[in-house]
Write a protein that binds this ligand. Structure first.
Ligand SMILES: [Zn+2]
Ligand SMILES: [Zn+2]
Length: 306
């Protein structure tokens, strides 16, 4: 895969940092992060276990770490002017119940999926060794994963609203909070977690199956960004500096909060283009545009009839 030769010292100490020193001595061509990474895999002596532990720990850290600022913001009245549905601040009890269900689903539904990812992706050529891929390669692959996930999310999410039985048995749980908050991003039925999770891991698996070119670090950066996207979209806050003001096709909280408030439209996760093109945008502005369009059509029809 790469031309850099990795030297594995013959005898390694038992401790992580002892191994790190030893590996560092023989692999000066690697940067600090790469040496930490290599030591982790050498220390664990089992790649699937090494990836599984690291992935799960990262997921928990990022999920709760990214939700925490939103929990704090909810406690500071100054921010209320930026809250989209500002009458509905989640109570401590609501947030606690939500966190417990999310944790349960992480351990029962997501953990096996995270564990399975490594052997499955490795079968298709997933790279876990060092050196890391270039930032450019990581960036374009992640951009592709964003577009793939958003497409998958749009159609599955829309289906869950269009078919009453899917809504009733699967998606209703996620809609328990009509004014969402960060922690509620993964508050959903286990079936939904699996279905929508497939959009997050399915893209990279298809990609590596087709090209044989994917490093697990790229996957990690993608998962972190996707978690940020999902949690921020549920935050309930819209700021003058929110990303969609600079990137008009970015969905953000402004887009998804309306979905929770109105239960219809705005089905995509990261981008606005699917909802725009297929006329499923939600909210007062979208309704206004739709009414204007209908009136125009009516006018054209009556002009034709005369
Ligand atoms: Zn929904
Ligand atoms: Zn939601």
């Amino acid at each position: 895969m790469n031309s850099t030769t990795i030297v594995q010292p013959a005898a390694l100490p038992d401790t992580y940092w002892g191994q790190f020193d030893e590996i560092s001595k023989y692999n000066v061509q690697l940067n600090y992060a790469e040496r930490l990474w290599l030591t982790w895999y050498s220390f664990m002596q089992n790649d699937v276990l090494a990836t599984g532990v690291m992935s799960f720990a990262m997921h928990e850290l990022v999920y709760f770490g990214r939700s925490l600022p939103w929990i704090i913001i909810d406690c500071i009245p100054w921010f209320n002017k930026y809250k989209i549905q500002n009458q509905k601040i989640p109570t401590a009890k609501e947030q606690w119940q939500c966190a417990m269900l999310v944790l349960l689903s992480h351990f029962t539904v997501e953990l096996p999926q995270i564990w399975l990812f490594h052997p499955l992706a490795q079968f298709f050529g997933l790279e876990t060794s060092v050196p890391f891929p270039s930032p450019f390669k990581m960036a374009y692959q992640i951009a592709i994963f964003f577009v793939m996930e958003d497409t998958w999310h749009y159609w599955t999410h829309r289906a869950m609203h269009v078919y009453p039985s899917l809504y009733k048995h699967i998606h209703k749980i996620h809609h328990q909070y009509s004014a969402p908050f960060g922690l509620a991003a993964e508050y959903a039925s286990p079936i939904e977690v699996m279905m929508l999770g497939l959009g997050t891991v399915g893209g990279p698996i298809l990609w590596v199956a087709a090209t044989g070119d994917l490093h697990i670090l790229t996957m990690y950066v993608w998962i972190v960004l996707r978690l940020f996207q999902a949690i921020d979209a549920h935050s309930g806050y819209e700021f003058p500096w929110s990303l969609h003001h600079f990137l008009p096709f970015w969905a953000g909280a402004d887009h998804h909060d309306t979905h929770h408030e109105r239960f219809v439209g705005n089905y995509a996760s990261s981008f606005r283009w699917w909802d725009y093109v297929l006329d499923t945008e939600s909210g007062p502005e979208a309704s206004k545009r739709r009414r204007a369009k209908a009136a125009e059509k009516q006018k054209a029809l009556s002009a034709k009839a005369q």
